[in-house]
Design a protein around this ligand. Sequence first.
Ligand SMILES: [Zn+2]
Length: 266
Amino acid sequence: MTFRRIRILLLLGVLAAAAGMTWLEQSMVRGWRAPLAVAVIPVNGDGSVPAAETIRALQAADFDDINAFLERETARYGVKQSPAMQVALLPESKQKPPAPPRDGSVLKTVFWSLKLRWWVYRQSDAWLPQLGTIKLFVLYHAPQDGLALEHSLGLQKGLIGVVHAFADPRQTRQNNIVIAHELLHTLGATDKYAAGGMPVYPQGYAEPELPQHLPRREAEIMAGRLVNAAGRLVMPPSLEQCVMGAMTAHEINVDEGFRRRFASGR
Ligand SMILES: [Zn+2]
């Protein structure tokens, strides 16, 4: 066998193993039979003092409103789980996760996704991958006027989220909106906003039965923004003003999880 063929076989083997792991993990987290296991790993995103201070002061309780949101919203679709998730706050990672390719070509993205999963596995310091644990890397950045953060992302493959957040206690509640959004991506939820950040009607709106032009006070979590009474596109102050729409609930299998439970007589 030529070297080239061996290389291709090896790559196919890695891809098959990764696909098998994805399937197994997805069936674990999308069954809604137990609280989601979520590991939060803080990272100093810009090497700044505010980011270091924010990380030093972090507590698992800082993410409590994500649990409250998940409990409240999944309950509307029939899942009764308290808590909905359990957060383990892990020590800071001194390394940053590999950045996604800028041009977004399919092949580069596939390689990057494998690289990211391999990187996360090595970070875990464990012999076996922690199957079924959602790993959220939160990169803190000192807030600066006019500074836009890099795009956060959440991958179903490997249950990995990379979240860019502001190192400012006043931003904690909005950071949690971004974290919840990326967490739901890892469970299979898709974005519900269009170019420019406008929510897609009706699935990206709270109270989708109302006409689109009416102002809203709440945002659908996978749209992340709402159009308020002043006609402005804004992010709500906290997860208390966020809802999970029917399409998102379906994508993360909440309604199916409920149906199965109900059918099994529980
Ligand atoms: Zn998104």
